[in-house]
Design a protein around this ligand. Sequence first.
Ligand SMILES: Cc1ncc(COP(=O)(O)O)c(C=O)c1O
Length: 410
Amino acid sequence: MYFRQAQAALPYQDRSEMATSIPTIPSDNELDWESHRQRFPILKNKTYLNSCAYGALATDVITALHQYIDDRLVKGTDWDYWVKQNETVRSAVANLLGAKDDEIAVTTSASAGINSVASALDFASEDNRNKVVISDFEFPTNAQIWYAQERRGAKVKRVAEKDGYIPIEHFADAIDEQTKIVAVTQVCFRNGARLDIPAIAEIAKQKGALMLVDGYQGLGTVQFDVNEVKPDFVVGGMVKYLLGTAGIGFLYAREGLIEKLTPTVTGWFAQRDIFAMNTKSYDPSPSARRFEMGTPPIPNCYAAAAGLKVLDSTGLPAIERRIGELGNAIIQEAERAGYTLATPKQSGRRAALITLRTHDEQQLVGRLDAAGIVTSCRFNNIRIAPHFYNNLNDIDTLFRELSRHKHLLT
Ligand SMILES: Cc1ncc(COP(=O)(O)O)c(C=O)c1O
């Protein structure tokens, strides 16, 4: 209601059309996937298969970002209102993970969450645990931050991949009574392999180690409930499958653990009472807010809340099924054409990202881009990353174009 008044007051915008053109989302059992596509204007111009890097921009997110500007112009300074945007994101992330609001820190990146957790760990403590177990599949940030802890007494153990996957036995061999934390990615950003996170979490628990999951490449495409998997921490961010924007992320921290950990990377938004303006001591919040730092990324909160709402209204079970179907189609087409998959074929070992081996990934991504097909690459893999807004025509278009560049594929 307030937004409508603000719209009328502002001369530069005419978003009434945009707001009414957002299609009604059908219920889970009668999903009309084509209607979802209209929410993502880029799909009119591009075959967009790069959600592992950047999710497609939804009209809902565009509207939310405009609303941020409206609110600033109309409200001036309304600190409580901005803080409310942050809390909306906190609740939406809690909802995504099956967590409580108090278990969620809203951060500016996945790195910020990992750093905050790392800062709270004592690697020289009497429990004799200074080992950090990571894997060959980590996104650089979840390796670099832990290697940085070696200056504080940590010893990093990197679990090796074998033939494009990391068997659970490799984790079982690495995690032991000296392990302080196991910090692993849910899905590998390079080849799309999905690790068996519940099994790794179980091993970590048996050995008395903490468990942190980097869910950035998986959350929003596959269901993940902290009550089932029981990790201690989960980090992620909003720029990819969660449909928000860059510059905002989150950390889940398990309820019973939060008050036992005192981050030494901190800031005023991590305090028990933010507005106490206390300059005499450090008094961390009893909730996961203690893992936050400074002023929240408010514009990004608007975008993130809108993106998460799109996901929630579509429904993750349906999204997961849809992504599974699209992944199957990609694999089928790749095998028919004789291309080499870098992603495991088994459905439980992959999420949305499917990768193919190439001789020249930059050239191939460039050629596809010239044909209006957006993909990306890492090392010698081309990354094909659909979301629920893609369809089988997109896959067809991609493989038709790939067949023109067979020489670049292995
Ligand atoms: C698995 C994974 N973790 C983390 C990140 C990024 O983390 P941050 O939010 O710190 O930039 C990415 C991609 O950007 C990723 O793919």
